[in-house]
Design a protein. Structure first.
Length: 265
């Protein structure tokens, strides 16, 4: 009798345990990310440029997106502090330059493949590069209301000089710096960047060089950097092609001429 009662209780307990387990709610499936959240999740992934721009090439920490006004808002931004050469030595940018990753990558290879060999031709070692201007939200040539400069897109750099390992400063527009050095660097720079402006371009780049990677229709490029000689005629050296004055209205000139005749009468 006792055995029969024990068996009955065991059966009842098993049935209750099964019923209890069946009523326990399972965890709900993880909800899908909303479109905005999904986009934010994807944006945390490093860009292909960022993956290429490793510590073997540059010291260039990523920066938050630049929230400038209008077109001056830029994503995938880095602070280029130094270019790392093949022998692991570093060429500093002073001060560090803020630019979009793709342009920073172009500057890195310019330094490694163009500037370093040019300096080596002088039997010297490159120490640093002067960052004259990098990111700056403004119109071209600093003119208010003008078309947005590539500086405002973090897609340009102005360089005034380079410093050698021994402390000597070489101005890229200095007439007393070896002409072969400046000419060779001009050719290499114009082959790499889509815009190069210097002395003889527009009167705004007489003491530094501007480079950018703007994309133009049909791959059009601009290379306006006159490499001048210290021995050149002084008047020729300081000549700058400013815009021509606006021509007077022919009708206004005729009116003034007619008025002058009447007064003489």
């Amino acid at each position: 009798m006792r055995l029969k009662t024990l068996a009955t209780l065991t059966s009842v307990l098993a049935t209750c345990e099964f019923a209890f387990a069946a009523t326990v709610p399972l965890p709900q499936p993880r909800p899908k990310l909303a479109p905005a959240a999904a986009a934010n999740s994807e944006s945390t992934e490093p860009s292909l440029c960022r993956q290429r721009l490793t510590a073997d090439l540059a010291i260039a920490p990523s920066l938050p997106a630049v929230g400038g006004a209008g077109e001056c808002a830029v994503e995938d931004v880095v602070r280029l502090e130094a270019v790392v050469l093949a022998d692991k030595s570093r060429v500093a940018l002073t001060p560090p330059a803020t630019m979009r990753c793709s342009f920073a990558e172009a500057i890195v290879y310019w330094v490694r493949e163009d500037v370093v060999p040019a300096v080596r031709s002088l039997d010297a070692v490159l120490g640093s590069i002067e960052n004259y201007v990098s990111y700056e939200c403004r119109g071209r040539n600093g003119v208010a209301g003008a078309k947005l400069s590539e500086h405002g897109k973090a897609n340009a750099l102005d360089v005034a000089s380079v410093k050698l390992g021994n402390g000597t400063v070489l101005g890229l527009t200095d007439l007393h710096v070896a002409r072969n050095f400046r000419e060779g660097l001009r050719q290499a720079t114009c082959a790499r960047f889509t815009t190069v402006l210097g002395p003889g371009s527009d009167g705004q780049h007489e003491n530094h060089i501007h480079v950018d990677m703007i994309e133009r229709r049909n791959g059009y490029r601009i290379c306006q950097w006159d490499v001048r000689d210290a021995s050149a005629d002084a008047a020729e050296v300081v000549r700058v092609p400013f815009p021509r004055p606006r021509p007077a209205d022919i009708r206004d000139a005729s009116r003034r001429k007619s008025s002058s005749r009447q007064e003489q009468k």
